[in-house]
Design a binder for this molecule. Structure first.
Ligand SMILES: [Zn+2]
Length: 333
């Protein structure tokens, strides 16, 4: 049957209290004939209120999510909680264990695998279980991402332009509550298979983030995720906890014309840092060919005025890589 899942959740998601368990997926490999993939899941169930689904490490080289979610969960008191938090701090657990974007088991990109397949590889099977079993329980979803090994972002929340006015308002309010320094209203390069689209199609408020990157974290980006999650819980009426306030988030439109791509491989010298203001045509980076030490580097220029929201985190880039992304204040664009 198409909807049958091989994933078994070994905890009760409804009983009051807080508990940790696993999603168990049979996995037979060279190193474990009768093994299982165990994906951690935590349910904190309090009184009447909404269900918030929180996910991290959809990509295994993005660490703010698991760190902030574990800190949040350890501090939760189910007795004082109005509603329920269901958390998957390591959505792509195999990828996180090796610190890579994609799963080492099947090459799966979790955030390109929704709605998933019950009969697919481990990444698709987990995505299918989340899509078919968890999303119907949720009233709001927050998925913590960062730039991973290859990109560096100005710390941002990420939302999308949605046709439904009420859903858009609820989504913007969630971003305002999260209060990252910036909120990108992002036109994705490729939204097929994203958790974002799957949740948005269900009519729910969905918040993603791009908090830093470069394959590591900073104290600031982990704190942004932790405090942002708690402010969102307070906004949703789930807690009265005192959380440090943050300045109002600055909304930026990020159109598909804002992506700057390398047309050849080379060594990248960034000239502008994320968060900096750029003018149309301003030099953003130089791309060098080390085989031609006297050759003129390629000049990569801002396609329009705005704020640099993202740049390549690595010194070397390949042909076709995104090397920078420029957004702009909503009022300007
Ligand atoms: Zn990511």
């Amino acid at each position: 049957m198409a909807d049958e899942s091989r994933v078994v959740c070994d905890i009760d998601l409804d009983a009051p209290g807080i508990r940790s368990g696993t999603l168990q997926l049979p996995l037979s490999t060279d190193v474990s004939a009768w093994g299982r993939l165990l994906t951690p899941i935590v349910a904190a169930v309090g009184g009447a209120g909404p269900t918030l689904l929180v996910t991290g490490a959809s990509h295994g080289d993005e660490y703010e999510g698991p760190l902030a979610i574990m800190r949040l969960l350890r501090g939760l008191d189910a007795d004082g909680l109005r509603g329920r938090v269901i958390a998957l701090p390591a959505l792509n657990y195999p990828a996180l264990t090796v610190g890579r974007r994609l799963s080492p088991l099947d090459g799966g990109n979790m955030n390109r695998s929704f709605p998933g397949r019950p009969d697919g590889g481990p990444t698709a099977a987990i995505a299918h279980w989340v899509h078919s079993r968890l999303l119907p329980l949720a009233d709001a979803v927050i998925d913590i991402h960062s730039g991973g090994s290859t990109l560096r972002f100005v710390p941002s929340a990420v939302i999308h332009d949605l046709p439904d006015a009420a859903q858009m308002r609820a989504t913007r309010e969630l971003a305002q509550a999260f209060a990252a320094p910036f909120t990108q209203v992002l036109t994705e390069l490729d939204s097929a298979g994203e958790l974002d689209s799957a949740v948005e199609e269900m009519g729910l408020p969905f918040l993603s983030t791009e908090l830093g990157g470069g394959g590591g974290v900073t104290p600031e980006t982990v704190a942004m995720a932790y405090d942002g999650l708690r402010r969102c819980m307070r906004h949703l009426g789930m807690s009265d906890e005192a959380v440090p306030e943050a300045p109002a988030t600055r909304f930026l439109n990020v159109p598909d014309t804002g992506y700057l791509m390398a047309l050849r491989a080379g060594l990248l010298e960034p000239v502008v840092e994320v968060g900096d203001r750029v003018e149309a045509g301003q030099l953003v980076a130089r791309l060098y060919d080390v085989d031609e030490p006297l050759g003129e580097p390629n000049a990569l220029r801002a396609p329009h005025a705005g704020v640099l929201v993202c740049r390549a985190a690595r010194g070397g880039v390949a042909r076709g890589d995104t090397v920078a992304v420029v957004g702009d204040d909503e009022a300007r664009s």
